[in-house]
Design a protein around this ligand. Structure first.
Ligand code: AMP
Length: 118
């Protein structure tokens, strides 16, 4: 079954795309957690971080370059932002197509909330 992100990448369902090339697609999160909240997604449907392979190394580096460029375009590079990748149940992953959250546009506070280790 294709994930919702595969359908967005294929243009089958609407999304606000901010970047697309032959390796990655970036679009605005439907439920933004901050003024800027963009998801950067490999076009290849890798389910989780556990599933990345050596052959994905260049594409994953490219993901960071795209994140850098989007942060700059959105005007949040200088003040800063957060990149998040959730993995599986404990990581809070909901969509099983690897994606990086680019979140910023305001001070984001402590890295984790509700933790039991400090
Ligand atoms: P994660 O918990 O890391 O799997 O995050 C999944 C993210 O996908 C959430 O922040 C959702 O708001 C977002 N999301 C789900 N469906 C869509 C959609 N159709 N378009 C844009 N973002 C979506």
């Amino acid at each position: 079954m294709p994930t919702i992100f595969e359908k967005i990448i294929a243009g089958e369902i609407p999304a606000t795309i901010v970047h697309q090339d032959d390796r990655v697609t970036a679009f605005r999160d439907i439920s933004p957690q901050a003024p800027v909240h963009v998801l950067i997604v490999p076009n290849k449907p890798i389910p989780t971080v556990n599933d990345v392979g050596e052959e994905d190394e260049r594409m994953l580096g490219h993901l960071f370059i795209v994140a850098r460029d989007i942060a700059k375009k959105e005007g949040i590079a200088e003040n800063g932002f957060r990149l998040i990748i959730n993995c599986n149940k404990h990581g809070g992953q909901v969509v099983y197509h690897l994606h990086m959250h680019l979140v910023g546009g305001q001070a984001l506070g402590p890295m984790l909330s509700g933790g039991t280790h400090g």
